[in-house]
Design a protein around this ligand. Structure first.
Ligand SMILES: *Cc1c(COP(=O)(O)O)cnc(C)c1O
Length: 225
């Protein structure tokens, strides 16, 4: 990806975000996370040079390697993948800005224990499996609210600041919209408990996600192509 391509990709996504967020309200601010999981550090650097600072990776090993190589740049790193238990310490040591994918109580307790042992905290989002899909991890719609409160109560090292979900895997816009609206509903329920981020929307559906209330989107293929 050269600089011209990167500029075009970023400009297009940013103007789509702008259009969608203004359809919600001019006070609705959306944060863009560039998902770099299929991209080289060279492409990340190119995109940084045209104005993109926050990146997301779904594997702890890749996150660590890219962080080390790009250490000189003031980047923000997000972890967006399923976290295996044996990778917890590695993720803690990487100090991500935000972990989007807290997807079970078991993981929450294990992560909390390891954070406490290192005298550290981690900002996290609760992942919701909003379309109830077998292929996805995360809390079911009906368990999410109680899980959110129980992690707040029992896991003092986890700073829970919102929710995340992946839209329904469907070609039907209505199905996808339904799944976003169900996540938004849970986000509204946990706002009084300190939630600030509703992370939903990817390349194929981020405008719809924003219109449904997302304020953080994770976009890969539209930025890196
Ligand atoms: C890969 C990935 C994305 C980005 O997907 P694109 O379709 O490339 O925009 C967003 N969120 C998660 C959790 C991902 O794994």
């Amino acid at each position: 990806m050269n600089k011209i391509q990167a500029t075009q990709n970023l400009d297009k996504v940013v103007s789509q975000i702008e259009g969608a967020r203004l359809r919600v309200s001019d006070h609705h601010i959306v944060k863009l996370i560039a998902v770099s999981k299929y991209s080289s550090t060279k492409d990340i650097e190119t995109l940084y040079n045209v104005g993109q600072r926050a990146y997301g990776e779904n594997k702890v090993q890749d996150l660590k390697e890219k962080m080390v190589i790009l250490d000189e740049l003031p980047l923000e790193w997000h972890f967006i993948g399923h976290l295996q238990k044996n990778k917890i310490n590695n993720l803690i040591d990487a100090k991500p800005t935000l972990m989007h994918s807290l997807d079970s109580l078991e993981l929450a307790h294990e992560l909390n224990k390891k954070l406490l042992a290192k005298n550290r905290t981690m900002k996290c989002l609760l992942q919701i499996n909003c379309a109830n899909e077998e292929s996805k991890t995360g809390f079911k719609e009906e368990e999410a609210f109680d899980a959110y409160k129980s992690i707040l109560k029992d896991c003092s090292a986890i700073k829970l600041i919102g929710v995340m979900s992946i839209g329904a895997h469907s070609k039907e816009r209505l199905e996808i919209k339904k799944s976003f609206l169900s996540t938004k509903k849970i986000y509204e329920q946990v706002k009084p408990f300190g939630a600030r981020y509703c992370s939903m929307g990817m390349s194929s559906d981020f405008e719809l996600a924003i219109e449904c209330g997302s304020n953080m989107i994770r976009v890969g293929s539209s930025l890196f192509k």
